[in-house]
Write a protein of this length. Structure first.
Lengths: 274, 261
């Protein structure tokens, strides 16, 4: 189905540079950015494009510093993060509940699967105008839409994970006298967790991708999406690029700091995954 | 087995009927204005009229052409680059950090920037689709080529395959399951991106634009009808196009087995 853990990509496959000196790794990673930055700077200073549309890196950096110092950028970022977390928490709670129910009970599977299969292929952002119409401009629509959209990968992966728990583990635990609760807590949940984590990760990534777009449409007073979209009116390309940079940093931090840690902490430690 | 299957189908049908009936009851109850919550026949009528007068097909055509052009450009760019990255260390060292830095930025965040640079219209939508689609294809191609079993390469080399044969007969088929996964993910993202880009970079035609425009006139029936079309096209691509691509290549070559579901 959609976005179910199929082929595990990057991270672990990363370049086999274990024995390289740390400063070389840093230099090597920095090199492409320096090259691209230099090209950007060169084009910006060449004067081919109006500087309002194609600002030099210095202008972007100073916009970044200015907006951070006077607290505008942190405020936007904070509001965006709150929305992301609220929507994602909603999706995680509902999605995991539905997914576990679908994995455990045939009846729940038959009831939910058709509904979920119909909802999933429609891109989340397409619902945005409908949600805006129903729930009004602002936070409610944004959070609900983000939650709704990131729900689907969580449901699918939780469902797959619960179904992938080996029958023999269940029977072994039962034979050793585990009751339903122990079975759930000690066998099904840990067994399904690698999938559930993948689902949460995909869900968060989806939520993040949608949120920025929804903020542009929903006319929320604060938020990175709105910052970028609003800056367009005044041709503040430097502000826009600073906003895009912050969005990139947050996205990277979510992936590296939150999910890789969580995975280390649970499934890798239990030896479910290496 | 087959009785279980028919029971599943029956239950699925019952679920959908109940859901539809619940929606219909809510829409007819008069608790919400019918402009916001149209009845199902109204949605169906909107869908049929817009298909019959050709406007829906025209919108779908514009959206599809944008998504396909952007997707084709992304594939043409990312597959060769991914192969180069996997084969040559310096290329990998140069592009991997860039890709990892750009990937977490949602494509829609670039829409306002691109609008300023390229004006409203097709170019913005195509570039946004390109941006959305390029990273999944790139990273999957890269890891796919890296994941080709070195034993196969050595075996083919020992049997006298030259560089070209090694590349076309071993490496590409070996990496293909990953590449297809990448294309699939890329299409899903591209499909989201095109709808969002059309909403933000208004351009007269396109399914995203119809939905957004319908909001202004409170035409919830048109919105729901367009959602149906968007979902149907996404579903068709996911199932028919990529499904048959998979059957024609990796399944036939025995690289992966059909998931039993």
């Amino acid at each position: 189905m959609y976005d179910v853990a199929s082929v595990q990509v990057p991270a672990e496959l990363a370049p086999s540079a274990a024995r390289e000196a740390p400063w070389r790794v840093v230099a090597r990673t920095a090199f492409p950015f320096i090259v691209v930055g230099a090209i950007w700077e060169f084009v910006a200073r060449l004067g081919l494009f109006p500087p309002r549309l194609f600002p030099s890196l210095e202008t972007v950096a100073s916009a970044f510093v200015r907006l951070t110092a006077n607290g505008i950028l942190p405020h936007h970022a904070f509001d965006t993060l709150i929305r992301l977390l609220a929507g994602f928490a909603l999706a995680a709670a509902v999605g995991m509940a539905i997914g576990i129910a679908m994995g455990r009970s045939r009846r729940a599977e038959d009831v939910f699967l058709p509904l979920v299969s119909i909802g999933a292929p429609i891109p989340g952002i397409a619902y945005a105008p409908l949600f805006l119409l129903w729930f009004g401009l602002g936070n409610v629509s944004t959070v609900l839409l983000v939650g709704f959209v990131s729900c689907f990968p969580i449901i699918f992966n939780t469902w797959t994970g619960v179904k992938a728990v080996k029958d023999i583990w269940l029977r072994a635990a039962q034979a050793m006298g585990a009751d339903d609760r122990a079975l759930f807590r000690h066998v099904i949940l840990p067994g399904a967790l690698p999938y559930v984590l993948t689902g949460l990760r995909l869900g968060l990534a989806q939520a993040w991708r949608i949120l920025v777009g929804v903020e542009m449409l929903a006319a929320v007073p604060w938020g990175l999406g709105w910052l970028i979209f609003g800056a367009r009116e005044f041709l503040n390309t430097d502000v826009m690029l600073a906003g895009v940079a912050v969005i990139g940093i947050i996205g990277l931090a979510l992936e590296k700091l939150v999910f890789q840690r969580l995975e280390q902490f649970t499934v890798v430690r239990w030896g479910m995954m290496t | 087995m087959s009785t279980e299957r028919t029971r599943s189908l029956r239950r699925a049908a019952v679920t959908l009927l109940v859901a539809a009936a619940a929606y219909e009851a809510l829409a007819r109850s008069g608790m919400f204005p019918p402009a916001l919550l149209p009845t199902l026949p109204a949605v169906a009528r909107a869908l049929v009229t817009s298909i019959l007068d050709g406007s829906m097909l025209n919108h779908a055509f514009h959206t599809l052409s944008r998504v396909l052009i952007g997707f084709a450009l992304a594939t043409a760019f990312a597959v060769p680059l991914g192969i180069l990255m996997a084969r040559f260390r310096p290329v990998e060292h140069f592009f991997l950090p860039l890709a990892s830095a750009l990937m977490p930025i949602p494509s829609l965040a670039w829409v306002p920037v691109f609008i300023l640079w390229f004006g409203l219209g097709d170019i913005v939508a195509i570039l946004i689709v390109f941006y959305a689609a390029v990273f999944p294809v790139l990273l999957n191609t890269w890891s796919g080529v890296r994941a080709v079993n070195p034993l196969w390469l050595r075996a083919a080399g020992a049997m006298g395959a030259d560089e070209a044969a090694l590349f076309w007969k071993v490496m590409i088929p070996g990496a293909f399951p990953f590449i297809i996964t990448g294309l699939r993910q890329a299409f899903l993202r591209a499909w989201i991106a095109v709808v969002g880009a059309e909403m933000l970079a208004a351009s007269d035609w396109g399914l995203g634009w119809v939905i957004f425009d319908a909001k202004e006139f409170l035409n919830a029936d048109v919105m729901l009808a367009s959602l149906v079309v968007i979902g149907a096209i996404g579903f068709i691509f996911e199932r028919l196009v990529f499904g048959s691509l998979e059957r024609a290549t990796v399944l036939r070559w025995g690289m992966v087995r059909m998931a039993k579901s």
